[in-house]
Design a protein around this ligand. Structure first.
Ligand code: MG
Length: 242
Protein backbone atom coordinates (compact mmCIF):
# COMPACT_ATOMS: atom_id res chain seq x y z
CA UNK A 1 0.00 0.00 0.00
CA UNK A 2 1.34 3.42 -0.96
CA UNK A 3 0.81 6.47 1.21
CA UNK A 4 0.79 9.70 -0.81
CA UNK A 5 1.13 12.85 1.30
CA UNK A 6 0.22 16.03 -0.55
CA UNK A 7 1.19 19.59 0.23
CA UNK A 8 -1.60 22.11 -0.50
CA UNK A 9 -0.38 25.57 -1.57
CA UNK A 10 1.45 25.51 -4.88
CA UNK A 11 0.84 21.77 -5.22
CA UNK A 12 -2.94 21.16 -5.21
CA UNK A 13 -4.15 24.76 -5.32
CA UNK A 14 -2.99 28.32 -5.69
CA UNK A 15 -4.43 31.06 -3.50
CA UNK A 16 -4.44 34.78 -4.14
CA UNK A 17 -3.01 37.23 -1.65
CA UNK A 18 -5.78 36.69 0.87
CA UNK A 19 -3.66 34.51 3.16
CA UNK A 20 -0.88 37.07 3.50
CA UNK A 21 -3.42 39.83 4.06
CA UNK A 22 -5.16 37.80 6.77
CA UNK A 23 -1.87 37.09 8.56
CA UNK A 24 -1.01 40.79 8.48
CA UNK A 25 -4.42 41.83 9.77
CA UNK A 26 -4.60 39.17 12.46
CA UNK A 27 -1.17 39.83 13.92
CA UNK A 28 -1.60 43.58 13.75
CA UNK A 29 -4.91 43.29 15.63
CA UNK A 30 -3.28 41.07 18.23
CA UNK A 31 -0.40 43.39 19.10
CA UNK A 32 -2.25 46.67 18.51
CA UNK A 33 -0.04 48.14 15.79
CA UNK A 34 0.44 47.62 12.07
CA UNK A 35 2.77 44.73 11.31
CA UNK A 36 4.15 43.93 7.85
CA UNK A 37 4.86 40.63 6.19
CA UNK A 38 6.88 41.89 3.22
CA UNK A 39 10.17 40.49 4.49
CA UNK A 40 8.85 36.99 5.22
CA UNK A 41 8.53 34.30 2.56
CA UNK A 42 5.67 31.93 3.32
CA UNK A 43 6.37 29.15 0.81
CA UNK A 44 6.97 25.75 2.36
CA UNK A 45 6.87 27.03 5.93
CA UNK A 46 4.48 25.97 8.65
CA UNK A 47 1.97 28.53 9.89
CA UNK A 48 3.58 28.36 13.35
CA UNK A 49 6.94 29.23 11.74
CA UNK A 50 5.38 32.02 9.66
CA UNK A 51 3.74 33.66 12.70
CA UNK A 52 7.03 33.56 14.62
CA UNK A 53 8.98 35.00 11.67
CA UNK A 54 6.50 37.83 11.12
CA UNK A 55 6.75 38.80 14.78
CA UNK A 56 10.54 38.66 14.59
CA UNK A 57 10.63 40.77 11.40
CA UNK A 58 8.55 43.40 13.20
CA UNK A 59 10.64 43.34 16.39
CA UNK A 60 7.90 41.77 18.46
CA UNK A 61 9.10 39.34 21.12
CA UNK A 62 7.15 36.22 20.34
CA UNK A 63 6.48 33.81 23.19
CA UNK A 64 5.06 30.40 22.36
CA UNK A 65 1.74 31.58 23.80
CA UNK A 66 1.68 34.67 21.59
CA UNK A 67 2.43 32.58 18.48
CA UNK A 68 -0.37 30.14 19.36
CA UNK A 69 -2.74 33.07 19.97
CA UNK A 70 -1.69 34.51 16.59
CA UNK A 71 -2.61 31.26 14.91
CA UNK A 72 -6.08 31.36 16.47
CA UNK A 73 -6.66 34.98 15.46
CA UNK A 74 -5.39 34.27 11.94
CA UNK A 75 -7.91 31.43 11.56
CA UNK A 76 -10.72 33.64 12.90
CA UNK A 77 -9.88 36.25 10.25
CA UNK A 78 -9.05 34.01 7.29
CA UNK A 79 -11.50 31.12 7.64
CA UNK A 80 -14.80 32.95 7.18
CA UNK A 81 -13.47 35.29 4.49
CA UNK A 82 -11.99 32.65 2.18
CA UNK A 83 -14.19 31.74 -0.77
CA UNK A 84 -13.80 29.78 -4.00
CA UNK A 85 -12.74 33.00 -5.75
CA UNK A 86 -9.57 33.01 -3.61
CA UNK A 87 -8.51 29.48 -4.61
CA UNK A 88 -7.54 27.99 -7.99
CA UNK A 89 -7.23 24.24 -8.44
CA UNK A 90 -3.95 23.50 -10.24
CA UNK A 91 -3.87 21.62 -13.58
CA UNK A 92 -4.64 17.91 -13.43
CA UNK A 93 -5.27 17.84 -9.68
CA UNK A 94 -8.94 16.95 -9.68
CA UNK A 95 -8.56 14.16 -12.25
CA UNK A 96 -5.53 12.80 -10.39
CA UNK A 97 -7.33 12.72 -7.04
CA UNK A 98 -10.40 11.16 -8.64
CA UNK A 99 -8.19 8.42 -10.03
CA UNK A 100 -6.17 7.83 -6.87
CA UNK A 101 -9.25 7.69 -4.68
CA UNK A 102 -10.47 4.68 -6.67
CA UNK A 103 -7.21 2.78 -6.28
CA UNK A 104 -7.04 -0.06 -3.77
CA UNK A 105 -3.26 0.30 -3.41
CA UNK A 106 -3.14 4.01 -2.57
CA UNK A 107 -3.95 6.00 0.57
CA UNK A 108 -4.18 9.80 0.41
CA UNK A 109 -3.12 12.22 3.15
CA UNK A 110 -1.88 15.77 3.68
CA UNK A 111 1.42 17.22 4.85
CA UNK A 112 0.96 20.95 4.82
CA UNK A 113 2.21 24.02 6.60
CA UNK A 114 -1.38 25.23 6.90
CA UNK A 115 -3.05 25.17 10.28
CA UNK A 116 -5.67 22.40 10.04
CA UNK A 117 -8.83 24.55 9.79
CA UNK A 118 -7.30 26.60 6.96
CA UNK A 119 -5.99 23.51 5.19
CA UNK A 120 -9.50 22.13 4.93
CA UNK A 121 -11.02 25.54 4.22
CA UNK A 122 -8.73 26.05 1.20
CA UNK A 123 -9.65 22.59 -0.07
CA UNK A 124 -13.34 22.66 0.81
CA UNK A 125 -14.13 25.88 -1.07
CA UNK A 126 -13.05 24.11 -4.28
CA UNK A 127 -14.49 20.70 -3.29
CA UNK A 128 -11.17 18.97 -2.70
CA UNK A 129 -11.45 18.44 1.05
CA UNK A 130 -13.38 15.19 0.71
CA UNK A 131 -10.32 13.42 -0.74
CA UNK A 132 -8.34 13.75 2.49
CA UNK A 133 -9.34 12.23 5.82
CA UNK A 134 -6.14 12.88 7.74
CA UNK A 135 -2.83 14.67 7.59
CA UNK A 136 -0.23 16.63 9.52
CA UNK A 137 -0.56 20.38 9.74
CA UNK A 138 1.17 23.66 10.47
CA UNK A 139 -0.34 23.74 13.95
CA UNK A 140 1.21 20.36 14.88
CA UNK A 141 4.80 21.56 14.82
CA UNK A 142 6.74 24.60 13.61
CA UNK A 143 9.31 22.26 12.04
CA UNK A 144 7.99 20.82 8.80
CA UNK A 145 10.46 17.92 9.04
CA UNK A 146 8.44 16.58 11.96
CA UNK A 147 5.17 16.49 10.01
CA UNK A 148 5.52 13.40 7.78
CA UNK A 149 6.01 11.00 10.73
CA UNK A 150 2.86 12.44 12.30
CA UNK A 151 0.96 11.92 9.05
CA UNK A 152 2.22 8.33 8.85
CA UNK A 153 1.00 7.68 12.43
CA UNK A 154 -2.37 9.18 11.58
CA UNK A 155 -2.57 7.08 8.41
CA UNK A 156 -2.09 4.05 10.64
CA UNK A 157 -4.79 5.23 13.04
CA UNK A 158 -7.13 5.89 10.14
CA UNK A 159 -6.57 2.72 8.12
CA UNK A 160 -5.11 0.22 10.58
CA UNK A 161 -2.25 -0.27 8.13
CA UNK A 162 1.48 0.16 8.79
CA UNK A 163 3.30 2.15 6.12
CA UNK A 164 7.00 1.60 5.46
CA UNK A 165 8.86 4.83 4.71
CA UNK A 166 9.86 3.44 1.31
CA UNK A 167 6.17 3.29 0.40
CA UNK A 168 5.52 6.87 1.50
CA UNK A 169 5.81 9.74 -0.98
CA UNK A 170 5.62 13.44 -0.14
CA UNK A 171 4.47 15.67 -3.01
CA UNK A 172 5.22 19.39 -2.78
CA UNK A 173 6.42 22.53 -4.50
CA UNK A 174 9.33 23.71 -2.35
CA UNK A 175 12.69 22.51 -1.11
CA UNK A 176 11.14 22.24 2.33
CA UNK A 177 8.75 19.58 1.06
CA UNK A 178 11.72 17.65 -0.33
CA UNK A 179 13.66 18.09 2.90
CA UNK A 180 10.85 16.91 5.15
CA UNK A 181 10.46 13.86 2.96
CA UNK A 182 14.18 13.09 3.19
CA UNK A 183 14.13 13.58 6.97
CA UNK A 184 11.53 10.83 7.16
CA UNK A 185 13.18 8.46 4.68
CA UNK A 186 10.26 8.86 2.30
CA UNK A 187 10.26 9.55 -1.42
CA UNK A 188 9.99 13.11 -2.65
CA UNK A 189 8.13 14.29 -5.74
CA UNK A 190 8.45 17.99 -6.53
CA UNK A 191 6.21 20.08 -8.77
CA UNK A 192 6.96 23.46 -10.35
CA UNK A 193 3.48 24.93 -9.86
CA UNK A 194 4.38 27.07 -6.85
CA UNK A 195 6.94 29.86 -6.71
CA UNK A 196 9.90 27.67 -7.63
CA UNK A 197 11.17 26.57 -11.02
CA UNK A 198 12.79 23.35 -12.18
CA UNK A 199 16.15 25.12 -11.81
CA UNK A 200 15.32 26.06 -8.21
CA UNK A 201 14.16 22.60 -7.16
CA UNK A 202 16.48 20.32 -9.10
CA UNK A 203 19.55 20.90 -6.86
CA UNK A 204 17.56 19.50 -3.92
CA UNK A 205 17.36 16.18 -5.77
CA UNK A 206 13.77 15.05 -5.50
CA UNK A 207 13.10 11.49 -6.70
CA UNK A 208 10.98 13.01 -9.46
CA UNK A 209 10.47 16.57 -10.65
CA UNK A 210 7.32 17.45 -12.60
CA UNK A 211 6.27 20.68 -14.26
CA UNK A 212 2.73 20.10 -12.95
CA UNK A 213 0.26 17.29 -12.22
CA UNK A 214 -1.47 17.52 -15.59
CA UNK A 215 -0.15 14.38 -17.31
CA UNK A 216 -1.75 11.44 -15.50
CA UNK A 217 0.66 8.88 -16.94
CA UNK A 218 3.77 10.86 -16.01
CA UNK A 219 2.43 11.69 -12.56
CA UNK A 220 1.57 8.08 -11.71
CA UNK A 221 5.05 7.03 -12.83
CA UNK A 222 6.62 9.74 -10.69
CA UNK A 223 4.50 8.72 -7.70
CA UNK A 224 5.62 5.12 -8.15
CA UNK A 225 2.04 3.91 -8.59
CA UNK A 226 2.10 3.40 -12.34
CA UNK A 227 -0.03 0.26 -12.47
CA UNK A 228 -3.62 1.19 -11.71
CA UNK A 229 -5.52 -1.15 -9.40
CA UNK A 230 -9.20 -0.36 -9.09
CA UNK A 231 -10.58 -0.28 -5.59
CA UNK A 232 -13.25 -2.82 -6.50
CA UNK A 233 -12.34 -6.23 -7.83
CA UNK A 234 -8.74 -6.47 -6.67
CA UNK A 235 -8.14 -8.99 -3.89
CA UNK A 236 -4.58 -7.78 -3.35
CA UNK A 237 -4.13 -4.47 -1.55
CA UNK A 238 -0.40 -4.88 -0.97
CA UNK A 239 2.21 -3.56 -3.33
CA UNK A 240 5.86 -3.74 -4.22
CA UNK A 241 8.45 -1.06 -3.88
CA UNK A 242 7.61 2.32 -5.43
MG1 MG B 1 3.50 24.46 -0.93
Amino acid sequence: MHLLLFDIDGTLVRTNGSTRNAVEQALSDLVGRQLHTDDVRFSGKTDLQIMAEVFHANNVEASETLVRDALDVYVSVAHPSMTSSDVTVLPGVRDLLDHLRERSDVCLGLVTGNVEPMAYRKLDVVDLGEYFSFGAFGCDDADRNRLPPLAIDRAHNHTGLRFEQTNVTVIGDTRRDIECSRATGARAVAVCTGHYSRQDLSPHEPDALLEDLASMHDVLDALGVGSPRPRNGSPDSSTGTP
